[in-house]
Design a protein around this ligand. Structure first.
Ligand SMILES: *Cc1c(COP(=O)(O)O)cnc(C)c1O
Length: 405
């Protein structure tokens, strides 16, 4: 990760196909486009690669979540349970459709704690939204059982876990709908883009229309399209889809590299008994974009992160606990409900409620976690050197800690 590291002539070729015709839009202009349909081709490749019946490309991962939520009929008064560790986009999408985000704790999988989910269910709960963070996955058997038991929808935010799988099925295809992001730093990229995947025809048809102004796409004349419901414009362009088409063909190669590099780095960090690793519900299905590791206490972890900064080796390693983008402790804009548009007072109260909610169980996990991004271009020598540098900082901090405590 990320796919932009291996950008080249394949991407140029696909983009040039589109440049030759000048038809940059994914719909219409059937004659002038001379058989070039990059978005359609990419949607088909997504269905084949990930094993889902339907795929609807859109302009971003955030748009994919918004589209999926709308297609699932989630909105006013509906509560959606999601994890305290995610990217801000997950709750932006919820607020954009008028649904209420209900954040709950993560466990040592760095994803939704099934127990926390159970405790948050009430008659307003409509959907569970696991976020498969950092290349790995949530405990899907547990979450699917909860959804079945309580008749809830399951929407997977798989934006960070392209290519991961769970017990033989690709992550993002297990729920009623799932989404990927193809933004510039994801496992494969379109520059900007996203997709809604589903096995439900009704969700696909709704996503297809919603992302293009509600046009029903039934005839061959766009201008004659009818509007069974109100939609929006979340279209992807042919240029973006062309880049993605080149990238998806490289995904298998990316995953092999990531898995090898992840394993090599893990072997080096494993030499320290105090280091443990994220629990992965299906080890074989990890896409290995990150290696997420734990230290025994928050204090030691903070000291190691500080030491890594001092030594200039922090680049590529993330201490999410202190990060403004990915963890609830720093989302002041959420906790003060700082929206530009006015919200219904009940909604505002439900959002601001998170300012006083207890996330100590998440804190206990996140404050001890560092995730190291796994590069596609790393040489064996670079992995050794990176691993040894990290090991060096950990050993230094552990030794200092042993002296002072
Ligand atoms: C990247 C990401 C998104 C949003 O994707 P964009 O394409 O950047 O809009 C949503 N959820 C998660 C977990 C992400 O990492």
């Amino acid at each position: 990760m990320p796919g932009f590291e291996l950008f080249g002539k394949e991407e140029r070729k696909e983009v040039n196909d589109v440049m030759e015709t000048g038809i940059l839009m994914r719909y219409g202009f059937d004659g002038a486009r001379k058989g070039i349909w990059k978005a359609k081709e990419l949607e088909q490749a997504i269905c084949e690669t990930f094993g889902c019946k339907y795929a609807q490309l859109v302009s971003s991962g955030t748009a994919a979540l918004t589209t999926a939520l709308s297609a699932l009929g989630i909105g006013y008064g509906d509560e959606v349970i999601l994890p305290s560790f995610t990217f801000v986009a997950s709750f932006e999408a919820l607020l954009s459709v008028g649904a209420i985000p209900v954040f709950v704790d993560v466990d040592d999988t760095l994803t939704l704690s099934p127990t926390a989910v159970r405790n948050a269910i009430n008659p307003q709960t409509k959907c569970i939204m696991p976020v498969h963070m950092c290349g790995s996955m949530a405990d899907m058997d547990e979450l699917m059982a909860i959804c079945k038991e309580h008749d809830l929808l399951l929407l997977e935010d798989a934006c960070q876990s392209i290519g991961a799988s769970y017990k033989g099925k690709k992550i993002g295809t297990l729920g009623d709908a799932g989404t990927f992001s193809f933004d510039f730093v994801k496992t494969i990229t379109c520059a900007e883009g996203g997709v809604v995947m589903t096995n439900r025809e009704d969700i696909y048809i709704a996503s297809d229309g919603y992302s293009d102004h509600g046009h029903d796409h039934k005839g061959t004349d766009r201008g004659a399209d009818l509007h069974p419901f109100i939609g929006y414009n979340y279209r992807i362009s042919e240029l973006h889809a062309a880049v993605g088409l080149a990238q998806i063909k490289k995904l298998g190669g990316f995953l092999t590299i990531q898995r090898n590099n992840n394993k090599a780095l893990r072997a080096i960090l494993s030499t320290i008994p105090e280091v443990s690793f994220r629990r992965i519900p299906d080890e074989a299905g990890d896409s290995c974009t990150f290696l997420s590791w734990f230290l025994p206490t928050a204090e030691i972890t903070k000291a190691v992160v500080t030491e890594m900064r001092t030594q200039g080796i922090i680049a590529g390693s993330f201490y999410w606990f202190d990060n403004n983008w990915h963890y609830i402790s720093k989302w002041d804009h959420l906790k003060t409900s700082a929206t530009l548009n006015k919200l219904h007072p009940d909604m505002k109260a439900a959002v601001m409620h998170h300012a006083n909610k207890d996330f100590s169980a998440s804190d206990a996990v996140m404050s001890r976690c560092v995730s190291t991004l796994v590069g596609l271009l790393w040489t064996e020598e670079q992995i050794r050197s990176k691993g040894n540098q990290i090991v060096g900082t950990i050993k230094k901090v552990l030794a200092e800690h042993a002296v002072t405590s």
